[in-house]
Design a protein around this ligand. Structure first.
Ligand code: OAD
Length: 250
């Protein structure tokens, strides 16, 4: 891929970089995206499964969907794109990684501070009393109950629910002070996360999208690169590192 010298220079010099990732960054690790061809489960869209309405109507069905996704995620490992972001965090003065992903792969790749906007599928909590439940329920095929009688659910954010306040606040604050903002592997349709790159743009960041295909926000960003994040990010990062070295020697 031919990356612009403007992007390489800006990234090499940036004091503040913020990133938003979506399901696409984990696709090459084997996690299906939500809106891609393999995103449907039993012909149901995520909006028909990831909601309180869906859970209350059919807790077993929603539980099974999450158990299916947990099974898929059991043996996965981070890919090159996750590792590049972990390395960037170590080298950029002010670096913020916000993710919509619930797969924990950024943390496993070594990222220290990950703002998980939609929760984490490895945790459960009670839908009634809210207690965090430290049990994986790997073998459970039907929704299980908390000792209070309520249903246990994955500790993730569903459609119609509020995102955790601190990660959301910190994500917007980072977007507002970023010199460069990267939007990676997200269709940028689910709010409020989808507004982060645009917030960054409004606050004068140089906004770049890396995605397999154009998205809702492509026409609004400064540059867009189409291809798999697992190859594009390492390629770009190598050039940025070379530029940084050059800068040091001058
Ligand atoms: P989507 O499934 O909506 O979008 C994934 C994006 O990644 C698409 O635009 C793909 O083109 C792109 N993509 C796929 N493979 C890629 C690759 N190897 N490299 C780069 N890009 C690739 O996923 P999200 O935008 O994360 O929320 O979805 C946002 C939210 O909607 C999710 O967090 C989830 C979902 O419903 C909730 O469950 C609340």
């Amino acid at each position: 891929m031919q990356f612009s010298s403007e992007l390489i220079e800006r990234l090499a010099k940036a004091k503040s970089v913020a990133v938003l990732t979506g399901a696409g960054i984990s696709a090459e690790s084997g996690v299906p995206t939500f809106r891609g061809e393999d995103g449907l489960w039993k012909n149901l869209k995520p909006e028909e499964l990831a909601s309180m309405d869906a859970f209350l109507k059919n807790p077993d069905l929603v539980w099974q969907w999450y158990q299916f996704r947990r099974d898929l995620m059991r043996d996965i490992t981070p890919n090159a794109a996750h590792y590049v972001l972990a390395d960037m965090e170590a080298k950029v003065e002010d670096f913020t990684l916000s993710t919509q992903n619930i797969d924990g792969l950024h943390i496993r790749a070594g990222s220290q501070h990950v703002l998980e906007l939609h929760g984490n599928i490895s945790r459960n909590r009670c839908n009634s009393c809210g207690k965090l439940i430290e049990h994986s329920f790997e073998e459970e095929k039907k929704a299980v109950h908390c000792e209070c009688g309520g249903f246990v659910r994955p500790d993730v954010v569903w459609f119609g629910e509020t995102l955790p306040a601190k990660p959301l606040y910190d994500s917007f604050a980072a977007a507002e002070r970023a010199d460069v903002y990267l939007s990676i592997g997200t269709s940028a349709v689910v709010q409020p996360a989808a507004s982060l790159p645009l917030e960054a743009k409004n606050y004068n960041a140089y906004v770049v999208e890396i995605n397999l295909e154009p998205t809702e926000i492509s026409s609004l960003v400064d540059e867009q690169y189409h291809g798999p994040a697992g190859s594009l990010l390492p390629e770009l990062y190598k050039l940025v590192e070379e530029e940084r070295e050059l800068g040091k020697n001058h």
